[in-house]
Design a protein around this ligand. Structure first.
Ligand SMILES: [Zn+2]
Length: 394
């Protein structure tokens, strides 16, 4: 009787919470995963630790003791092999410095995010405390991490020139030697990258079936138009940190719209989420319509219903975008063109006409030689791209 009570107690400890009422097979798999996930569990210790598993198997599924031990040893061998592989894999910090929060992740060579967290961005004193707060967060994680973390990659909302963030208006930064500050504060090598470029690298690396080896174009259609261009597996940062500023390609337009950069009629005045609303309202006014659009979603909802003004506004946006992309494609000859940002949420209503226009404008020998797809990673793209840049340092 005593033996039975002990066994029940051990089984209760071993079965993960919430699995108590599941089938014995489910509970066995969950228990195995739980044991495998315990840090530093060697094969020998695993066998010792898994003795309750033997008792449980004996008492519930009536396997012989030899069968149970064979199962334990096999699982232990598999776990040890996996652990050896994981232990030799490099890990880095991928960081996305934003105006609201600084997002951190520990990422391995396969692009797996092992852990992620964020801290609010401290904008007081012109953002001058941000680097020190980043260092504290990194050093805290370095001290507690069971595996070494060997480099830092950080995406910055502004142009980046080598180790310097040249200007990041959202953070209050002028010239900020962030690379040098982080390296001295943590002892790790640091790669800085513009945040849109980081998203481009992340999307190409982990968002599809491609790899960061060839030529790709990434464009985001949000409040503005951002992007990144990858040539021979390397992001084009440019000599002044302005590479891949697709949104500021000048377009020929019948009206004059002032861009946030100070120029007139940049691509983002027409092809961003705010640009398409201006397109629609301009067309509505010309058609003598009273109503005005305030959201991109309203426009695409009307496109779905066959609304003439909304469809014309969508086509106008697509046309400007396709011409600009075809121009970059003629320069870069990419295998992949990726579209992200809020406007890409319209799906086929945007992507199908964009594919048609792009095919019309692209240099003819390139037709059928590239893929056009939507971005898939969302907010994780920037963190992964920054991590990828860090991995190139080690
Ligand atoms: Zn501009």
């Amino acid at each position: 009787m005593m033996h039975l009570l002990q066994t029940r107690s051990l089984v209760a400890q071993m079965i993960p919470r919430g699995m108590e009422n599941r089938s014995s097979q489910d509970a066995f798999h969950a228990s195995t995963r739980l044991w495998c996930s315990r840090p530093g569990l060697s094969a020998h210790r695993f066998v010792i630790a898994a003795q309750p598993l033997t008792n449980w198997l004996l008492s519930t599924v009536l396997l012989s003791r030899i069968q149970c031990i064979w199962i334990e040893l096999t699982v232990a061998r598999v776990c040890t092999a996996i652990r050896r592989g994981v232990a030799t894999m490099k890990r880095v910090f991928g960081i996305d410095v934003g105006g609201m929060s600084v997002k951190f992740a520990i990422v391995d060579e396969t692009g797996t995010i092992i852990e992620h967290w964020s801290v609010p961005t401290n904008l007081t004193d012109a953002g001058s405390h941000i680097p020190d707060e980043m260092i504290s967060s990194i050093n805290e994680k370095l001290a507690s991490s069971p595996e070494p973390i060997v480099a830092i990659g950080a995406g910055i909302p502004g142009p980046v020139n080598g180790e310097n963030a040249v200007r990041a208006v959202n953070l209050g930064w002028g010239n900020m030697p962030l690379g040098n500050i982080l390296r001295e504060g943590t002892g790790l090598p640091v790669a800085l990258i513009n945040d849109a470029n980081a998203a481009a690298v992340g999307e190409v690396w982990m968002g599809g079936e491609g790899s960061v080896t060839g030529n790709s174009i990434f464009v985001t259609l949000g409040t503005g138009v951002g992007g990144g261009i990858i040539i021979d597996g390397k992001i084009v940062g440019g000599d002044h940190g302005c590479g891949g500023e697709i949104g500021h390609i000048p377009v020929v337009a019948p009206s004059e719209r002032v861009c946030g950069c100070g120029n007139v009629n940049c691509l983002e005045c027409y092809a961003s989420a705010t640009g398409i609303i201006k397109n629609a309202n301009e067309l509505a006014e010309k058609a003598g319509e009273e109503r005005r659009f305030t959201k991109g979603e309203e426009i695409f909802e009307e496109v779905k219903q066959g609304g003439a003004t909304a469809t014309a506004a969508r086509d106008m946006t697509v046309d400007y975008l396709a011409r600009a992309l075809a121009g970059i494609m003629a320069t870069v000859d990419p295998s992949e063109v990726i579209v992200g940002g809020g406007l890409s949420g319209a799906g086929d209503l945007l992507m199908v006409p964009l594919a048609e226009r792009l095919d019309r404008y692209v240099f003819p020998p390139m037709r059928g030689c590239y893929t056009l797809r939507r971005a898939t990673l969302g907010n994780e793209a920037g963190i992964l791209g920054a991590a990828y840049q860090a991995l190139q340092l080690v």
